[in-house]
Design a binder for this molecule. Structure first.
Ligand SMILES: NC(=O)c1ccc[n+]([C@@H]2O[C@H](COP(=O)([O-])OP(=O)(O)OC[C@H]3O[C@@H](n4cnc5c(N)ncnc54)[C@H](O)[C@@H]3O)[C@@H](O)[C@H]2O)c1
Length: 428
């Protein structure tokens, strides 16, 4: 079987490798020629994906990459894994999905299966994507070609999170579409979970992400309530999670990050308006989580104040630019919000993150492009008035940080087990 995977990012590349491992010929398509070139040379551009793994599939002739959509005419299935961000006004931007649909449509052969994996609002597959595919191909979904939605579940940097082992929810546009999609995914994935429609599958993915966003907001709120009472939220969570049923731990932090949790819930908010419905939980969680960087900056100011220093003019080191531990992904990272808020108040801000040695140019943070991670040594670390732990990478030596830093503001409880002088760590 030959398939095409479109969008070779954090979702598309591991998925392509898993299909290639499962006796499927995979052609990866991406608009980024650099990614295409690296894959064809057997290299990886994602930290947790080994180049050897890519090289093995490429050398076995099971994986290749291209920027040319013409190859769609020769494949039995097409899987779309392109970005679904928000616009500046925080509305869904499905232009990447629709552009991909327009690029596929002229090459679509009769009987091909098209599956969307990008996270999105219910109706994207059977309304928006179907419309561009039908218009560009002159064929009918469910009659001439098959259409389905199957959300990706990725947990970057979690070694136990293997594409093959994570159950895959699948919804088809028609029962025949569903049957085709099940046949495709059972080649590579151990467990598939069929549901009655594309919309149910789209809605299930949103529920998973909204669940995280709301629960993170809850512990973020409790963090400041309990702190005012002199109670440490981290100790509370450790105690609560010993309950063997009906509880699941979520942890506070400096705000949401990544390409999913800060964004996806608002896809539903936007779509719900079409039906005259409000999404109050989502909006409230968004409000609380978005306010976290401000809360952290207040804590930094308090910590400096206790040493008779002002934020204005202080040198602050942010530790961890990536949005979660042990990954190199800094999209939507709250560290950027922290950098901006601290700089606005006159602080001089640098960062340390071995996984993000230099900040790449992006539309949102163009002013930070080219900024480099500082060196990790006593002279450098001790030269800052305060170190702010935004992400707790395992590779950071927290004992050295304790010994070298003048003052530490910890948003991740990273210093919990480290020997350190009393009063030097401030939890935020
Ligand atoms: N990253 C995650 O952990 C994760 C988890 C679950 C779901 N998702 C969802 O999966 C989707 C993809 O996310 P990602 O993290 O892999 O994004 P990504 O930015 O890492 O990768 C997307 C890739 O698509 C390519 N691309 C963009 N437009 C294209 C086009 N028109 N044609 C071909 N290629 C195109 C980009 O060059 C890029 O390589 C999003 O909807 C996201 O919400 C992501």
């Amino acid at each position: 079987m030959k398939i095409a995977v479109i969008g070779l990012g954090y979702v598309g590349l591991p998925l392509s490798l898993q299909f290639a491992r499962s006796c499927t010929d995979v052609i990866g398509i991406d608009v980024d020629p650099k990614k295409v070139e690296l894959i064809n040379r057997g290299l990886s551009y994602i930290k947790h994906i080994q180049a050897a793994d890519v090289a093995e599939r490429v050398n076995a002739g099971k994986l290749s990459a291209t920027t040319d959509f013409g190859c769609i005419k020769d494949v039995e299935a097409v899987i779309i894994c392109v970005p679904t961000p928000l616009t500046k006004n925080r509305e869904p931007d499905i232009s990447f999905v629709l552009d991909t649909g327009r690029s596929i449509a002229p090459h679509l052969a009769k009987g091909t299966l098209v599956v969307l994996e990008s996270t999105t609002y219910p109706g994207t597959t059977d309304e928006d994507l179907r419309a561009v595919l039908e218009e560009g191909s002159g064929m009918k979904a469910g009659v001439d070609f098959y259409l389905a939605f199957s959300p990706e579940r990725e947990d970057p940097a979690n070694d136990q999170s293997k594409v093959k082992l994570i159950p895959k929810v699948i919804g088809g546009y028609t029962p025949a579409c569903l049957e085709r999609a099940i046949a495709l995914y059972t080649r590579a994935i151990d467990t598939v979970v069929p549901v009655s429609s594309c919309r149910v599958a789209e809605a299930a993915k949103l529920l998973e992400n909204i669940f995280r966003s709301v629960n993170i907001a809850l512990v973020n709120e409790l963090k400041s309530v309990y702190a005012a009472m002199g109670i440490d939220i981290w100790e509370v969570i450790e105690a609560a999670k010993t309950k063997p049923f009906g509880f699941m731990p979520f942890y506070p932090g400096p705000g949401l990050g990544g390409h999913c949790i800060p964004i996806d819930p608002f896809y539903l908010t936007w779509k719900a308006r079409e039906y005259g419905k409000n999404t109050r939980f989502i909006e409230l969680a968004g409000e609380i989580n978005t306010a976290m960087p401000e809360h952290v900056v207040h804590c930094v100011a308090d910590a400096l104040n206790s040493q008779r220093k002002a934020l204005n003019g202080s040198r602050i080191l942010i530790i961890g630019l990536a949005y979660k531990p042990n990954v190199d992904d800094e999209r939507e990272s709250p560290s950027y919000a922290l950098m901006n808020l601290l700089t606005e108040r006159g602080a001089k801000v640098e960062y340390y993150d071995p996984y993000v040695p230099v900040i790449k140019p992006t539309r949102e943070h163009l002013h930070l492009a080219g900024k480099q991670s500082v060196k990790w040594d006593r002279a450098t670390i001790s030269s800052f008035d305060a170190a702010l732990i935004a992400t707790n990478h395992n590779c950071v030596n927290y004992q050295e940080l304790a010994d070298w830093a003048q003052c530490i503001i910890d948003t991740r409880n990273a210093m919990a087990d480290v020997k350190i002088a009393a009063g030097k760590v401030w939890k935020a």
